[in-house]
Design a protein around this ligand. Structure first.
Ligand SMILES: Nc1ncnc2c1ncn2[C@@H]1O[C@H](COP(=O)(O)OP(=O)(O)OP(=O)(O)O)[C@@H](O)[C@H]1O
Length: 129
């Protein structure tokens, strides 16, 4: 469970590092609970990490693999935040700029995932062939 916020209707700055971390943890929990793609990425992450141990990646390879995983997860998290702001602004109505904002945010996830896949193929492909 995430750390509880002491003030559910807080609109002022966080009072301490602990409160900041608590709210960030709450955000992570929200993305995990509501975003199917984020859970897919987490499952792929587990498979890649297991593969990393099986193929005995060296330090540099681990750094690159973990960097790619972090980049994809962060892209998905930021995409989710933008989707929520867009939904708030759209208020249930269709708007071409909302469509652009959501599609552009999603393209950030796509580009990050594509490069992560290429880097993964280079690292694991190099071990296989
Ligand atoms: N209010 C809106 N105005 C215009 N287009 C919208 C609006 N809401 C959603 N869309 C379009 O529908 C698509 C799906 O929107 P939705 O908010 O359901 O994203 P999602 O399925 O959660 O996206 P992802 O697959 O990136 O997680 C968006 O990418 C966008 O093209």
């Amino acid at each position: 469970m995430p750390m509880a916020s002491s003030d559910k209707h807080q609109t002022k700055k966080n009072r301490s590092i602990f409160q900041s971390v608590g709210h960030a943890g709450h955000g992570l929990w929200e993305v995990f609970n509501t975003e199917r793609n984020f859970r897919y990425h987490l499952m792929i992450m587990v498979v890649i990490i297991i593969a990393g141990f099986i193929f005995a990646l060296n330090l540099l390879e681990w750094i690159m693999v973990l960097g790619c995983i972090a980049a994809v997860l962060v892209a998905e998290i930021l995409n989710s935040a933008i989707e929520r702001l867009a939904d708030l602004a759209a208020d249930g109505k269709f708007h071409p700029l909302i469509k652009q904002a959501k599609d552009i945010a999603a393209s950030g996830v796509l580009v990050t995932a594509l490069f992560a896949a290429i880097i993964g193929l280079l690292i694991f492909g190099n071990k296989l062939f």
